[in-house]
Design a protein around this ligand. Structure first.
Ligand code: DAH
Length: 346
């Protein structure tokens, strides 16, 4: 009796499913035949009051019927979903031209930094860096800028507002030379290291001045007598010749920096006219590059080295300026602007 009822439900469900046309109809069908209050479910709920013999037959039959109904329901659902797809809309025109995807790339200054790092790595130098927000100690004191000395005014400084209680003054570093102090405090000679990095100067901007630009520091120290001015000249000539892809001469002129003694300004032979004289070098045959010198023993003392034990050279210059020379950029401000028309040329 119950068996027949179940078989009847199954037949009826199958035939009524074949006439279902819409999702709404399908939902009604689901409630009627698979829902909690469906006839089949009611029968299955009554199982517990049946005799063991009845249970043995009705239980499996009820369950397989339920599974079958569920399966045909799923099939009908898929068929309906497929029917509702607008194939015309889905059509892909494989002959249509594609969309152009633009890719980002490295900034010219970064490209240059990488190039400089490659050349120095090949000469056995390692690369160091330090924070842009620095202490007055690392930017000035340890580099032998005496307090209230006019040399501090050579570099207009962005100072941070300090808590009255703070003992240390902070600033945006005006030079990558700060990393000389950090590096030497943590390492003992001999070593050779370069430091590319961003520096800040509190000054008005024009075609050749920016308040933020990139510098590049070089520091090589060995035992007394091992690293000399001649070593500096050799390293500088090797670097610039590789960088510009042709032989470049380096010349030194006497100068002053608190952290070097003796100190020099150094020039390279003009890369445009090869030293003959042109408008780029103002007919002198030389291009000014940066500052250099033998590390002042007072700096060695400030980082905890014994006076007279070590000897080495340091140099520093604007990487930004080098980029301008290499790429013939007339206005420094272009390099830090976000003008994509400019950036995309690299
Ligand atoms: N720090 C100096 C500046 O920003 C450049 C410089 C000069 C760095 C001489 C050096 C050096 O390492 O020896 O003007």
């Amino acid at each position: 009796m119950i068996q027949e009822r179940i078989n009847k439900i199954a037949k009826e469900a199958e035939s009524s499913l074949s006439s279902v046309q819409t999702t709404a109809d399908l939902e009604l069908w689901e409630v009627k035949y698979l829902g909690r209050k469906s006839e089949l479910n009611e029968i299955l709920k009554g199982l517990r009051d049946m005799t063991p013999d009845e249970k043995k037959i009705i239980g499996p039959l009820g369950n397989t019927t339920k599974q079958t109904l569920f399966r045909i329901f799923e099939e009908a659902k898929n068929t309906l979903a497929e029917k509702s797809i607008d194939w015309e809309k889905e059509r892909i025109d494989v002959t249509a031209p594609g969309t152009l995807h633009t890719f980002g790339h490295l900034h010219p200054i970064t490209l240059l930094e990488n190039e400089v790092q490659d050349i120095f790595s090949s000469m056995g130098f390692t690369i160091a860096d330090g924070p842009e927000l620095e202490t007055e100690h690392n930017n000035f004191d340890a580099l032998n800028f005496p307090a209230d000395h006019p040399a501090r005014d050579m570099q207009d400084t962005f100072w941070l507002e300090e808590d009255k209680k703070s003992k240390e003054h902070h600033l945006l570093r005006t030079q990558t030379s700060t990393v000389q102090v950090r590096f030497m405090e943590a390492n003992k000679p001999p070593f050779r290291v370069i430091v590319p990095g961003k520096v800040f100067r509190n000054e008005a901007t024009d075609a050749s001045h920016e308040f933020a630009f990139h510098q590049f520091e070089c520091l090589m120290v060995g035992n007394e007598g091992e690293v000399t001015v001649a070593t500096f000249k050799y390293v500088a000539e090797t670097f610039f010749s590789q960088f510009f892809g042709k032989h470049v001469d380096v010349r030194l002129r006497p100068s002053f920096f608190p952290f070097t003694e003796p100190s020099f300004e150094f020039d390279i032979s003009c890369i445009i006219c090869d030293g003959k004289g042109c408008s780029a070098c103002k007919q002198t045959g030389w291009l000014e590059i940066g500052g250099a010198g033998m590390v002042n023993q007072k700096v060695f003392e400030a980082v905890g080295y014994k006076r007279g034990k070590y000897q080495g050279f340091a140099w520093g210059f604007g990487l930004t300026r080098l980029a301008m020379m290499k790429y013939k950029i007339a206005d420094i401000r272009l390099l830090m602007s976000s003008d994509l028309r400019f950036i995309r040329q690299f």
